[in-house]
Design a binder for this molecule. Structure first.
Ligand code: SF4
Ligand code: SF4
Length: 174
């Protein structure tokens, strides 16, 4: 059954008037598949191993740009092993997505606010870096790790422990 579309369809007999207008060289190109062969020539030229650009990820991890912003990390002081976060909440206020939640309580002895939990919803993050810039103690850092996939939506919500541990990329051996 033919549809009402304007042009000829697949399997329709060739239009003799059109073939005449096409001219002999054009017709010969089609008969001898010249365009196809030219395309294949380009394809096969790039089969030379020198021309292969495939990255062997994950065996070879790509170098990301120096300014790349990836997985967040909540830094701890390497000398004392205590968090560098002072629970000021500035990162949460700076975030346009409101995805950071900082929980704290006041230590009655020292009269200082102490961090109790920190959650970061990676699924909503656009890695703009505003939170990192707002942090006065460099506690929050967007690292160069780019492997952020998880099997569940809950897996994209990182708590304080996960953030302090930092990204743990799987290392593959060759
Ligand atoms: S990188 Fe941007 S979107 Fe992501 S948590 Fe920080 S401020 Fe929010
Ligand atoms: S801005 Fe920095 S110090 Fe303040 S709550 Fe966020 S991570 Fe902690």
């Amino acid at each position: 059954m033919r549809s009402d579309r304007a042009g000829p369809g697949f399997g329709d007999p060739p239009d003799n008037g059109k073939l005449a207008a096409m001219g002999m060289p054009s017709l010969l190109r089609k008969v001898f598949l010249v365009d196809l062969l030219q395309g294949l020539k380009v394809t096969f030229r790039y089969q030379d191993p020198k021309e292969i650009y495939t990255e062997q990820y994950p065996l070879e991890r790509p170098q990301v740009a120096e300014r790349y912003r990836g997985a967040p990390r909540l830094n701890v002081n390497p000398d004392t092993d205590e968090t560098m976060c002072i629970a000021c909440d500035l990162c949460a206020l700076a975030c346009p997505e409101n995805l950071i939640v900082v929980s704290s309580e006041r230590n009655e002895k020292t009269r200082r606010k102490e961090l109790t939990n920190f959650t970061y919803d990676l699924s909503r993050c656009m890695f703009c870096g505003l939170c990192e810039d707002a942090c006065p103690t460099d506690a929050l850092e967007l690292t160069q790790d780019f492997e952020l996939a998880s099997y569940t939506r809950d897996g994209a919500i990182w708590d304080r422990e996960t953030l302090e541990k930092g990204p743990q990329p799987t290392l593959y051996r060759k």
